[in-house]
Ligand binder design. Structure first.
Ligand SMILES: [Zn+2]
Length: 264
């Protein structure tokens, strides 16, 4: 972990995604970023802890204790920054959730009071993603160990990222998607609806967007902040709306019309 938190100012452009990060930080929202390869999703995610309020002493002690149990507290020093954990998509269930034969806290507890970043979300095994539903709701996790159970705190903010399709270019005006419909269906089916329902903001950060569209969207996002707990924004007419539930698609079509009006 660097000495000082990473700053959004280091990132050029990506105004819509930055805005979504700020909104997520202010509202404690989980975030799913959908964008082509190389659009900076990881760099953006790593900056979320720096947007969150500083830890108070009790919080610093709490996360330090969790890291100590996991054997990750360096030289016994208290942790002063909110954690950012980015487990690889090959992570096992005990590594992510906790437990195992030594009963250690998993990545979701190491991310307690900080950020859990799951890059390439559809590449995670389904049996690893599904158990995230409990901690996302209860902000803690119970893991079986031998004859008993262990309870670890897991109040993390989830940032997930994915490509819009396996090749990465679906809906991008600058390139052409080469994925077949069955391939797209399989890719989308890997991220479960119930998990997506717990993610509040979903954005799609393209690299070649028309400025007027982006501006309209930012304006709309600002309007949504004030009154709607479940915000959705997207930034391209070719976005893969099949990702989303019927309810979400309905609110999206309203949103798209308003954005189109704003964009003139
Ligand atoms: Zn594709």
């Amino acid at each position: 972990m660097p000495a000082s938190p990473l700053d959004l100012r280091d990132i050029k452009g990506q105004e819509t995604a930055k805005r979504a990060l700020e909104v997520a930080a202010a509202g404690g929202h989980h975030l799913l970023m959908i964008g082509p390869p190389g659009s900076g999703k990881s760099m953006l995610a790593a900056r979320l802890p720096g947007l969150l309020p500083p830890l108070d002493p009790a919080e610093a002690l709490e996360i330090s204790m969790i890291h100590s149990v996991a054997g990750l507290l360096h030289e016994g020093r208290l942790m002063r920054q909110r954690p950012f954990r980015d487990p690889h998509h090959s992570a096992s269930l005990p590594a992510l959730i906790g437990g195992g034969h030594r009963g250690r806290p998993g990545e979701i507890s190491l991310a307690h009071l900080g950020v859990l970043f799951l890059d390439e979300l559809p590449e995670f095994r389904r049996n690893v993603l599904e158990p995230l539903r409990q901690p996302l709701e209860e902000r803690r996790i119970t893991v079986a160990r031998g004859t008993g159970a262990l309870l670890f705190p897991a109040a993390f903010q989830l940032v997930a990222a994915m490509n819009p399709c396996p090749c990465g270019w679906l809906g991008d005006p600058a390139d052409t998607c080469r994925c077949t419909p069955p391939l797209l269906d399989r890719y989308r089916a890997r991220v479960s609806g119930p998990l997506l329902d717990r993610i509040d903001i979903r954005g799609r950060e393209g690299r070649t967007l028309k400025e007027h569209w982006k501006d309209g969207l930012t304006t709309f996002l600002g309007m949504m902040c004030s009154g709607f707990p479940n915000m959705i924004y997207m930034n391209g007419p070719g976005s893969p709306s099949a990702f989303f539930s019927a309810r979400t698609r309905a609110s999206m079509s309203v949103l798209m019309r308003v954005v189109a009006r704003l964009a003139g």
